[in-house]
Design a binder for this molecule. Structure first.
Ligand code: AMP
Length: 191
C-alpha cells in the first residue's frame, strides 16, 4: 500500500501534483481542505466551525481534523492501492495521529513529498489562484496569515519526517512536468 504525504506551504502545488500522482499510481486522494470546503458548502455545523478558522488563515483544531481524517480513511475501505494525503498532517499531533492510524491498519507512511517554494512565489500563486478558485482564503491578507501559520505550526513536520527518514525534498519551482518527474523518482524509490 502506497501512503504518500504531499507536504508544502499553501500555493506550493500540492493539489496540482496530487492530480498527476493519482493519475499515474491510482491512489485515493484525501484533501482535508476539500473535505472542509464541502462541509462549508453543505452548511453543516462542522463547516460553520471550520469556516471561522479557515477565513482567518488559522488551522482547524487537531481533534476535529483527526476525527475527520479517520472517518474519511475508513470510508475508502480496504481494497485500495494507497492514499495521497494532501494538506494533512499540518501539525506534529496530526502526524503522530496519522502514524497511529496507519499502524492500526498494518501500514505506514511510505514517503513525504516536500514541495519547497519561496514566499514571494507562494503569495503570487495564491493571488493568481484567487481569481478563479472562488476560495475566500485566496487573497493577499489571508495568504500572509496562512504562511505564518505554516511556518509556526506545519514546517516543524519537515524535521519530524527527516528524522523518520521519509522526507523527499522537491524543488517546487519550474514546469509542472519537471517537478512531477522529480516526484515520480521519489515515489518509485519507495514503491
Ligand atoms: P488547504 O486547501 O489544504 O489549503 O486548506 C485550507 C484551509 O483549511 C487551511 O488554511 C486550514 O484552515 C484548513 N485545513 C485544511 N487542512 C487542515 C489540517 N490538516 N489541519 C488544520 N486545518 C486544516
Amino acid at each position: 500500500m502506497l501512503n504518500i504525504v504531499i507536504f508544502g506551504a499553501p500555493g506550493s502545488g500540492k493539489g496540482t501534483q496530487s492530480d498527476k500522482i493519482i493519475a499515474e499510481y491510482g491512489v485515493e486522494h484525501i484533501s482535508t481542505g476539500d473535505v472542509l470546503r464541502a462541509e462549508i458548502k453543505a452548511g453543516t455545523e462542522l463547516g460553520k466551525t471550520a469556516a471561522s478558522f479557515i477565513n482567518d488563515g488559522k488551522l482547524v483544531p487537531d481533534s476535529l481534523i483527526i476525527d475527520i481524517l479517520a472517518s474519511v480513511l475508513d470510508a475508502k475501505g480496504k481494497d485500495i492501492k494507497g492514499v495521497i494525503f494532501d494538506g494533512f498532517p499540518r501539525t506534529i499531533a496530526q502526524a503522530e495521529a496519522l502514524n497511529s492510524m496507519l499502524a492500526e491498519r498494518g501500514q505506514a507512511v511510505s514517503t513525504v513529498i516536500g514541495l519547497e517554494v519561496d514566499d514571494e512565489e507562494l503569495i503570487k500563486r495564491i493571488i493568481a489562484r484567487g481569481k478563479t478558485s472562488g476560495r475566500a482564503d485566496d487573497n493577499e491578507e489571508t495568504a500572509k496569515k496562512r504562511l505564518n501559520t505554516y511556518y509556526s505550526q506545519t514546517l516543524p513536520l519537515k524535521d519530524f519526517y527527516i528524522n523518520e527518514g521519509k522526507y523527499a525534498k522537491i524543488q517546487g519551482v519550474g514546469s509542472i512536468d519537471d517537478i512531477y518527474a522529480e516526484i515520480k523518482k521519489a515515489i518509485d524509490a519507495v514503491k
